[in-house]
Design a protein around this ligand. Structure first.
Ligand SMILES: *Cc1c(COP(=O)(O)O)cnc(C)c1O
Length: 466
């Protein structure tokens, strides 16, 4: 399988190459040069497979020659063996039409574990083969940082430097990062907002003095391998609900457009998906883009669903490229315009292409709380705020009664227990597997919001490329 950049000029690469590169060097994002497609019979044959076997089957066409079938299956078994539920991503029924797909049974209680546990193993496998080292730099508003650190802690060939905005992540989120003690993990509390931290990370990718000494890698969802791993649970859910005989809709609490783009990929591969519902909170750039073509970034409004408090959704570029005729030069031009003015219009081809599969909604704080209460009172389920936004969208979107609607439950409610308690008057307990989180000792360094300070910190501690 060959991968191309959405901006048309970066070198094409194989799976191993795109996994280690993260971002393409023309500023674009990597995508497969064409979508692999399963036949109906092949999809029907996947019904009933254990999760790790299903994962290896669904991902094999994307991985190509970078791993043998046995290697891929063995990595999937290792990654998903660490989940606290045997089904890995179990389905729960809420009423006649509504379902929840629980994606939070991994070590750090959010769906990001599903992809990152595997990505950590891909990194280790590819780096030991190449005898080289990778320096991961990332910024986190909470969930990505903890999932990435858990996935690479103690692994050979990888160092991770994770920046979080000081005082702006929840206590559970911070402790999940800072109580991991491994010699290759560096936690940095940085003065300023998440966007400030993110801007420094982006600058490091373009800093030639750094990139000439270190292989800088990415763990956010610009990394193709993450999206690929997320395609699997769309198959798992739809197969359980009767695909290929019947099509299924999904509602996805959306921030950077990674998770819902994985659903789009599943549909390209032949999975019968009726609709993909893009659920946003008041930070609704994606809702505006999909409903009237207006992709313009405003100020971020902080909410109780912080992982969706985003005004620029990196992975949206992948959809626009694919729906807009896969024209890298045109995409580069459109994104240059967006980067200059923070606003752009979708082309007609992009709007029509997206409208075939996507619907979008926006939920405010009251609708979120009402949905948390509905799930609790009517279906006996305690949800996290992100999932509640997804479920609100699922219930709003009037689909035929015979279409099951699956809301992706992206985080465990205990991760956001203050907000949940305010809405339903009940404080969700932390699951036993993270039970001693508050007894463990924290370790992190604090730095000012100054690029040179961060860069010096990384340079002193990272392992050179080879
Ligand atoms: C990251 C995250 C999201 C948003 O996912 P994207 O792939 O960025 O769209 C939603 N909910 C939770 C709990 C998250 O951690």
């Amino acid at each position: 399988m060959e991968y191309i950049s959405t901006r048309g000029t970066a070198p094409t690469m194989d799976f191993e190459g795109v996994t280690l590169a993260g971002l393409a060097n023309d500023g674009g994002l990597y995508l497969p040069s064409e979508w692999p497609r399963f036949t109906e019979a092949e999809i029907a044959d996947m019904a009933g497979l254990p999760y790790a076997q299903l994962a290896a089957k669904v991902m094999a066409p994307f991985v190509g020659d970078s791993l043998s079938e046995e290697e891929l299956l063995s990595l999937c078994e290792q990654a998903y063996g660490r989940f606290a539920h045997k089904a890995v991503t179990p389905l729960v029924q809420l009423d006649e039409q509504q379902w929840l797909l629980e994606l939070f049974h991994g070590p750090t209680l959010a769906f990001k574990d599903v992809a990152l546990q595997l990505l950590g193993l891909f990194f280790e496998t590819f780096l030991s083969r190449r005898k080289s080292n990778l320096t991961i730099v990332g910024a986190t508003s909470g969930d990505t940082g903890s999932a990435a650190i858990d996935a690479v802690a103690g692994r050979e060939g990888v160092d991770i430097f994770m920046l979080h905005p000081a005082g702006r992540v929840s206590d559970v989120q911070r402790r999940q990062m800072t109580t991991v003690r491994a010699p290759n993990v560096y936690n940095i509390a940085i003065e300023g907002s998440f966007d400030d931290a993110q801007a420094m990370v982006k600058r490091m990718f373009g800093d030639e003095e750094l990139t000439s000494r270190f292989n800088i890698g990415a763990v956010n969802s610009i990394n193709w391998a993450r999206l690929m791993a997320q395609v699997v649970y769309y198959f798992a859910a739809a197969l359980q609900l009767g695909a290929q005989q019947r099509s299924v809709a999904f509602s996805v609490p959306t921030g950077n457009f990674g998770d819902v783009f994985a659903g789009y990929v599943a549909a390209q591969m032949g999975l019968p998906i009726e609709r993909l519902i893009v659920a946003t909170n008041v930070n609704d750039i994606l809702h505006r883009a999909l409903s009237d073509g207006d992709y313009s970034a405003g100020e971020v409004t902080p909410t109780v669903a912080p992982s969706m408090d985003i005004q620029v959704s990196s992975n949206f570029e992948r959809l626009l490229f694919d729906c807009g005729g896969r024209d890298g030069a045109a995409m580069a031009e459109q994104m240059r315009g967006f980067e200059a003015s923070k606003a752009m219009r979708l082309t007609n081809a992009q709007r029509e292409g997206a409208a075939g599969l996507f619907t979008s909604t926006r939920a405010d704080g009251d609708q979120l709380s009402q949905t948390l209460r509905w799930a609790h009172d009517e279906a006996g389920q305690v949800l996290d705020p992100h999932t509640a936004i997804g479920l609100h969208a699922a219930r709003e979107c009037a689909l035929d009664a015979d279409i099951p609607v699956v809301t992706l439950a992206t985080a465990h409610p205990a991760k956001f227990r203050d907000a949940v308690e305010r809405a339903i008057g009940q404080r969700p307990a932390l699951p036993a597997r993270v039970g001693d989180l508050f007894a463990r000792e924290e370790a992190y360094d604090s730095l000012p919001g100054d690029y040179d300070a961060v860069r010096a910190y990384v340079t002193e501690r990272a392992t050179p490329a080879d």
